[in-house]
Write a protein that binds this ligand. Structure first.
Ligand SMILES: Nc1ncnc2c1ncn2[C@@H]1O[C@H](COP(=O)(O)OP(=O)(O)OP(=O)(O)O)[C@@H](O)[C@H]1O
Length: 275
């Protein structure tokens, strides 16, 4: 049977926006935003971004360059503090974490971030993982060994580096370095992992390894990932949010976004008509 082109699903009375109503479903919500607005100076870069993220799922944020995906993602664990003015609520475990009362360092242990370019520290593989932990707290050598092993295993890197833990992390390949950075984030035992285009700087094989790692990690973590790669979004994510000009235009189950979007603009984007 031949499938109809996606455009035939879009009717004249299609909505201009559609946001999946997570709150009314029985899903467990790990994080949600309400009335989020982000200003760089006077420039309103993000508005109308009320989203809820289901626990133990992967959500992709897609959209053209400059649409506000990274701005949104970075706001979720206050990486925009000092760079932008972020108004609105970011609810995590019943607490608004977008307030002055929040210890941002502690909050980021719960909501970790991995950036686009692998950025290992100029330290050993072992010390990359333990560095943040030992800045504030005391751990025994045994406890640190255990965290290093567990984090590297979770990031699917242990087998490749277990005999080289004291070697410089700068000698790792791009894909290994990115998985080390993921392991470094996991060492803090976060609840939520935010990733900003984690595989766009990697070759296809390393990128596939990072994707496999994320699929494995979602058993224990809630993952929100910005990606330019729509095939990647379709492969790994449960939910997808489509951003356009600082707004979330459509948010739905990934399979619906890619096969039966409700909004014409989403259809244009996934069909490659712009972006
Ligand atoms: N540090 C900043 N200072 C000023 N304006 C910024 C800053 N970061 C982003 N912007 C602006 O905010 C808007 C959204 O940018 P953002 O980086 O969030 O988009 P994006 O969808 O993640 O794009 P890309 O895919 O290219 O990373 C753009 O107009 C951008 O120029």
């Amino acid at each position: 049977m031949e499938l109809k082109p996606v455009s035939e699903f879009i009717t004249d009375d299609a909505p201009e926006r559609y946001i999946y109503d997570m709150q009314s479903k029985k899903h467990e919500i790990a994080l949600s935003t309400k009335d989020l607005q982000v200003y760089y100076g006077d420039n309103l870069a993000l508005s109308e971004g009320d989203l809820s993220f289901e626990r133990y799922k992967i959500t992709s944020l897609i959209g053209a360059s400059g649409s506000g995906k990274s701005t949104f993602l970075r706001s979720l664990n206050r990486m925009n503090d000092g760079v932008a003015t972020v108004k609105g609520n970011i609810m995590y475990r019943g607490v608004d974490i977008n307030t002055k009362a929040i210890d941002v360092y502690e909050m980021r242990r719960h909501i970790g971030m991995v950036f686009q370019r692998p950025n290992p520290f100029a330290k050993s593989i072992y010390n990359n993982i333990t560095f943040a932990l030992t800045q504030r707290d005391h751990y025994t050598k045994e406890a640190l060994d255990e965290i290093v092993e567990t984090s590297l295993k979770q990031a699917a890197l242990w087998d490749q580096v277990k005999d080289d833990l004291n070697k410089s992390a700068l000698a790792l390949s791009g894909g290994q370095a990115q998985r080390l950075v993921i392991a470094r984030a996991l060492a803090l035992k976060p609840d939520i992992l935010l990733l900003d285009e984690p595989s766009s700087a990697l070759d296809p094989i390393s990128s596939a390894q990072v994707e496999d790692t994320l699929l494995e990690l979602k058993k224990q973590y809630t993952i929100i990932v910005v990606t330019h790669n729509m095939q990647q979004a379709a492969r790994i994510s449960d939910y997808t949010a489509f951003f356009h000009m600082g707004k979330v235009i459509e948010y739905d189950l990934t399979r619906k976004i890619f096969t039966r979007p409700k909004v014409a603009l989403t259809n244009d984007y996934i069909s490659g008509n712009f972006g």
